[in-house]
Write a protein that binds this ligand. Structure first.
Ligand code: PLP
Length: 414
């Protein structure tokens, strides 16, 4: 619509980017392991790893080698043809999980999109197309597409984007009666849950809850979808977060982030039964699973499945938790709670998390934000004990700075 003369002009942002991110005023030129370096050569300890993406750290030689080797051979052919690397990665993902089949995507959101479509199509294939309801939980995050924001139900991601889509039910955690009623509905199709919530503030679902969800799905013929985009692939110290619970395997699972280690790659994996409606033409992607992504994905997965890496995650996570509990005792005015699982650690704060993140940056420590006024520590899984010690020392200095800032603010108010 042409603007009239009286309409005030909207200022063009100097970076020419849509203003959807509140970015930190910091840019990096290169990375090595758990360190990021600015153009001026200043080093930062990276305890956010591109939000749980750079699981093997920056510039990992295996990933760089795989990308460079494939880069000189073949980038893209389209899914019209067989892609041997895609078949290899799918086979490997199925070997290490409950799944029989896989759909490759370019992002986590697309893996979620595929999971939701797979679940509805399953019921349609069973002659029950009315079963469309996807049950999701408060505090969850499944991505930013229309389906993904409707599945998580977070109002702040939905406001202004038109009406809520039909077929999504949102429940608070722990309301068992509401959950049973929703699952028993004749239109119920699936439950989607993160075994450890990431964006929602590193909230780990007790193992008995995962088992309970599995039983409820079996009772009512629902499909169980796990979103392990953030908590999966080694982050909790097991290859998949749901493996901490027995008898709680899903029918469908979404993966991304660590799978590509920084190369855009995701996957929706499922049992053959759950995916029986996904026949030719039901779904697709131009780029998903292209040779370049597959080369990196195979290299990344071959590292992530190593038992010694998973043991390392459990060891370093134990150290972090113990040290963070110590900080909480020494700084009860700054730290309210420590939560999460493995190296998906949430620190619930008393001062504002955004302010704390800025103070951490002053200490050259990078941490992620999270819901419920948390910061998340999501370091590369390869972080060493010495680097973990350094992270704790920088966090301690940040707590001191936060305490001093609160005291100054109190003195000004008095
Ligand atoms: N699901 C979870 C649990 C996530 O943490 C994210 C991203 O943070 C997504 C889905 C969306 O993934 P992507 O940003 O790759 O689309």
């Amino acid at each position: 619509m042409p603007a009239s003369d009286t309409t005030p002009k909207v200022a063009v942002p100097p970076d020419h980017l849509m203003g959807v991110f509140a970015r930190a005023p910091l840019a990096f030129e290169r990375g090595e392991g758990v360190r990021l370096y600015t153009e001026a050569g200043e080093a930062y300890l990276d305890c956010l790893a591109g939000i749980a993406v750079n699981a093997l750290g920056h510039n990992h030689p295996t990933l760089v080698g795989a990308l460079n080797a494939q880069g000189g051979k073949l980038w893209h052919v389209s899914n019209i043809f067989r892609i041997p690397g895609q078949e290899d990665l799918a086979k490997k993902l199925c070997e290490v999980s409950f799944a029989d089949v896989c759909f490759m995507t370019n992002s986590g959101t697309e893996a979620v999109e595929c999971a939701l479509k797979t679940a509805r199509k399953y019921h349609a294939a069973n002659g029950a197309p009315e079963r469309i309801d996807v049950i999701g939980f408060e505090g969850s995050f499944h991505g930013r597409s229309y389906a993904a924001v409707n599945a998580s139900g977070n109002r702040s991601y939905m406001d202004g984007f038109g009406p809520q889509l039909p077929g999504y039910v949102h429940l608070p955690f722990g309301d068992h009666d509401a959950l049973k009623a929703a699952a028993a509905s004749p239109t119920a199709a699936a439950i989607i849950v993160e075994p450890v919530q990431g964006e929602g503030g590193a909230r780990s679902l007790p193992t008995q809850c995962l088992r309970g969800l599995r039983q409820l799905c079996d009772e009512h013929g629902l499909l169980l979808i796990y979103d392990e985009i953030q908590c999966g692939l080694g982050r909790t110290g097991k290859l998949f977060a749901h493996e901490w619970a027995e008898h709680a395997e899903p029918d469908i699972m979404c993966l991304a982030k660590a799978l590509g280690g920084g190369f855009p790659l995701g996957a929706c994996i499922a049992t053959a039964e759950a995916a029986k409606g996904m026949t030719p033409g039901a779904h697709g992607s131009t780029y998903g699973g292209n040779p370049l992504a597959m080369a990196v994905g195979q290299a990344s997965l071959s590292e992530l499945v190593k038992p010694e890496l998973l043991q390392h995650v459990r060891d370093v996570a134990g150290y972090f938790t113990q040290q963070l509990e110590g900080l909480k005792t020494r700084f009860p005015d700054v730290i309210a709670d420590i939560r999460g699982k493995g190296l998906l650690i949430g620190v619930k704060l008393i001062p504002k998390n955004r302010d704390f993140m800025e103070m951490a940056r002053d200490q050259h420590l990078l941490v992620a934000g999270g819901g419920d006024n948390c910061i998340r520590l999501l370091p590369p899984l390869v972080i060493t004990q010495d680097e973990a010690r350094e992270a704790i020392a920088r966090l301690e200095a940040t707590c001191e700075a936060a305490r001093a800032a609160m005291k100054t603010a109190e003195a000004v108010d008095a």
